[in-house]
Design a protein around this ligand. Structure first.
Ligand code: SAM
Length: 289
């Protein structure tokens, strides 16, 4: 048997063990990047084989927490892909403003930069006070950083450039307290944000969302899991709700594709469809497909 075939057996046994012991299901993560991350853990922990991870995740809780951290790619930035925020400002916010109150879900929010970018945008559009933002991730240490909202001053140059490219209306520094090497997000931006643990593979729907932003997360899942998570999003959106994905992601090949219309192709912004089914009591009723 070739070494890669043996490694595949090791990976399958490990993922099954993690699922049965902790309920974390990595079986449908895209295999090539999953393997790279497992190999990185093997080398960091001075192990010889992937199978040596198994007893550690079964018996050692701290190791398991580090394992989840190692499995999650947390790369993010404020106003990442600024053109997407421009499109949200132009095409999505005017529609959302027709509601008295909206709910936004950032799924896979990592260390929170994306969430605070949205809070800034909503504030500038005069809509933040009518919004509840839910921000979730399955990586607890990322969530702790997100909650604190303290970032390195070194990143601020890039974030500031992104902010202006995204159509920022004032000075980016207005949203931060800077001290020594760090910049802290203003408390006024935090008040309508709830950070919580949620695993997209195992946990349930978030009801009646007007906007779901899940960017650069599906890319780590295989097609089967992407399908399941996109169904979860479809079920979590209210009628006419908006879904925004990452630039390398799509719903085109998924089972929910016929249930969405495109708002902005390049920016990966979609809207859950309504379906007319005639007049009821003199008014036109709409239901989702
Ligand atoms: C590359 S980051 C994306 C951050 C942000 N959305 C952005 O685009 O900048 C991917 C995030 O997805 C999270 N993630 C991966 N699998 C997940 C799962 N099953 N449930 C919830 N979050 C998950 C990771 O922990 C990580 O924080």
């Amino acid at each position: 048997m070739k070494r890669t075939q043996i490694e595949n057996i090791e990976i399958e046994l490990l993922l099954e063990g993690i699922f049965r012991r902790h309920g974390y299901d990595f079986k449908h993560y895209a295999r090539a990047s999953l393997k790279r991350r497992l190999e990185a853990i093997v080398s960091r922990q001075n192990l010889n084989h992937i199978s040596e991870i198994l007893p550690r995740v079964l018996y050692d809780h701290d190791f398991m927490n580090d394992f989840v951290k190692g499995m999650s790619v947390t790369v993010t930035e404020m106003f990442r892909d600024p053109f997407v925020y421009r499109a949200i400002r132009k095409l999505v916010i005017p529609f959302l403003k027709t509601f008295p109150f909206i709910k936004v879900w950032h799924a896979g929010c990592a260390t929170g930069e994306e969430v605070y970018s949205m809070a800034i945008l909503l504030k500038e559009e005069g809509f933040y006070d009518r919004t509840q933002i839910y921000a979730t991730d399955f990586n607890r240490s990322s969530l702790r950083i997100a909650q604190e909202g303290i970032y390195s001053i070194k990143d601020m140059k890039q974030f500031t450039q992104n902010y202006y490219k995204a159509g920022g209306k004032t000075s980016f520094s207005n949203y931060l307290y800077s001290k020594y090497e760090s910049a802290k997000i203003q408390d006024s931006l935090k008040k309508n944000i709830l950070f919580s643990h949620h695993n997209l593979v195992a946990d349930g729907v978030f009801g009646e969302m007007n906007l779901i932003i899940c960017r650069n997360v599906l890319i780590y899942f295989d097609m089967d899991l992407q399908n399941r998570v996109l169904s979860l999003f479809h079920n979590s959106l209210c009628h006419g709700g908006i879904l925004c994905l990452g630039s390398k992601e799509s719903i085109r090949f998924s089972s929910v594709w016929p249930k969405f219309e495109v708002i902005a192709e390049k920016e990966k912004i979609f809207k859950k469809k309504y379906e007319n089914f005639g007049m009821v009591n003199g008014t036109e009723k709409q239901v989702e497909i």
